[in-house]
Design a protein around this ligand. Structure first.
Ligand code: CA
Length: 334
C-alpha cells in the first residue's frame, strides 16, 4: 500500500457531539509532517488550524509552537469549541502547511441506529442556567433560559413535562411562559432528561479509592458520551451516570476499557434506577478503547435484553493512580 508520508490523517472528534465552550479532543496522525516544520514563531502551532465546519477550534491553552506530535501513531489535541451554528451534521477539517489532512470516515463518521443520519461532528444547544427553579401549578410564569444556540429558533420547551410556550429567542437566551400543571412536581427522583451523562470529577492528594467516588464536594461536568477526558491527570476518579435509552427492543452488550481501574453498573429494571447490577469490573490497565485481545480481563459484558424507549440507569466508575489514564464505555446492538 502506498502511504502519503506528508498527508496527516484525522481520525475523529471526541466527543463527536459538542456544544458552545465544550472541550473536545481531535484525534489525528501527523505522519511525517512534523519533520518538515521548523522555525515556528511563538504564536504558531505545528498545524495551522482545525475546524468544525467553518468554525475554528480554539487550542490556545493546549498547544504551543514547541508542542510535539509523534508521527505514524494516533495522537490527540484538546481544544475548546467556539461559536457554531446548531446542525446535525458538520464536517471536520485540519489544515497543515502541507495541505489539508485526510479525514478517515471509517473512524470519524457516526450514524444513528437506523443508519439514516450520519455525521463527523454534531452541534447541539446548551443550557447553562435558568431564571427560576421553582414555579406554581397555576402556570403563567415567565422563564428565561440562558445558554447558547437558541438564535435559529425552532425551540420546543417543556418544564417537568408541561409545555412552556416560547415568547422570544436570541442566540444566548430564550424566554417562555409555563403552562399550568395538574400536580406538584415529584422531588428527589432521578429523571431521564436531555442527552449526555453527568460526570463527577474526583481529585485526591493521595491514592484514590472506590469509596472516594461517593464523597461530596467534587466538580461535576456534562459529558456528551461515555468517555472521560483522556490523560486528565493523576490521583483522580470519575463517576459517569445517567440513563441508557434503548433505541430498539433487542439484546445489548457493553464494552469497557480504562487505565487504571473501572466498573460498569446497569439497572436491568428501568423502574428501579437505584438497583444496579455490576456488569463489568476491570482492575487492569488496558489500551485506550482497547476492548479486545485481553481475554483474561473483564471488558465485554454478557448480552442483556432491553426494551425500546425504556431508560435504564447506568453508571461507570473509574480510578486513575498515575501515568496514563482513560475510561471508555461502548455498546453493541445485536
Ligand atoms: Ca494510570
Amino acid at each position: 500500500m502506498y502511504i502519503r508520508a506528508y498527508t496527516p490523517t484525522v481520525h475523529y472528534l471526541s466527543p463527536p457531539v459538542v456544544y458552545h465552550e465544550a472541550l473536545a479532543e481531535l484525534w489525528f496522525d501527523p505522519k511525517s509532517t512534523m519533520n518538515l516544520i521548523t522555525g515556528l514563531s511563538t504564536d504558531e502551532m505545528p498545524f495551522i488550524n482545525a475546524r468544525i465546519q467553518g468554525a475554528l477550534i480554539d487550542f490556545e491553552d493546549h498547544v504551543e509552537s514547541t508542542t510535539h506530535f509523534s508521527g505514524w501513531r494516533k495522537t490527540r489535541v484538546r481544544g475548546q469549541v467556539g461559536e457554531l451554528p446548531i446542525a446535525s451534521n458538520h464536517s471536520l477539517s485540519m489544515q497543515w502547511e502541507t495541505g489539508k489532512a485526510v479525514v478517515l470516515d471509517h473512524y470519524a463518521l457516526h450514524c444513528n441506529v437506523a443508519n439514516t443520519s450520519c455525521y463527523e461532528a454534531r452541534t447541539v444547544p446548551v443550557i447553562f442556567n435558568v431564571s427560576s427553579n421553582t414555579g406554581y401549578t397555576s402556570g403563567g410564569q415567565n422563564l428565561t433560559v440562558y445558554g447558547h444556540g437558541f438564535g435559529q429558533g425552532n425551540i420546543t420547551a417543556t418544564v417537568d413535562g408541561v409545555n412552556c410556550t416560547v415568547t422570544q429567542h436570541q442566540e444566548r437566551s430564550f424566554s417562555c411562559e409555563v403552562a399550568p400543571r395538574s400536580a406538584v412536581s415529584v422531588d428527589n427522583v432521578a429523571q431521564p432528561g436531555s442527552h449526555g451523562l453527568r460526570r463527577k470529577d474526583v481529585r485526591k492528594s493521595g491514592w484514590p479509592a472506590w469509596s472516594h467516588l461517593d464523597e461530596a464536594g467534587h466538580s461535576e461536568h456534562l459529558s456528551m458520551h461515555f468517555e472521560a477526558p483522556y490523560s486528565n491527570g493523576d490521583k483522580l476518579g470519575n463517576v459517569m451516570s445517567g440513563f441508557f435509552v434503548a433505541p430498539k427492543t433487542a439484546r445489548y452488550r457493553f464494552y469497557m476499557s480504562c487505565n487504571d481501574k473501572c466498573i460498569l453498573k446497569l439497572a436491568f429494571d428501568s423502574t428501579l434506577p437505584d438497583q444496579k447490577t455490576e456488569l463489568l469490573s476491570n482492575h487492569h490497565a488496558t489500551g485506550y478503547r482497547a476492548y479486545f485481545g485481553s481475554h483474561h480481563y473483564n471488558l465485554i459484558s454478557q448480552w442483556v435484553n432491553l426494551t425500546e424507549g425504556e431508560a435504564y440507569a447506568i453508571e461507570g466508575r473509574h480510578l486513575e493512580y498515575n501515568g496514563a489514564d482513560h475510561f471508555t464505555v461502548s455498546v453493541e446492538i445485536e
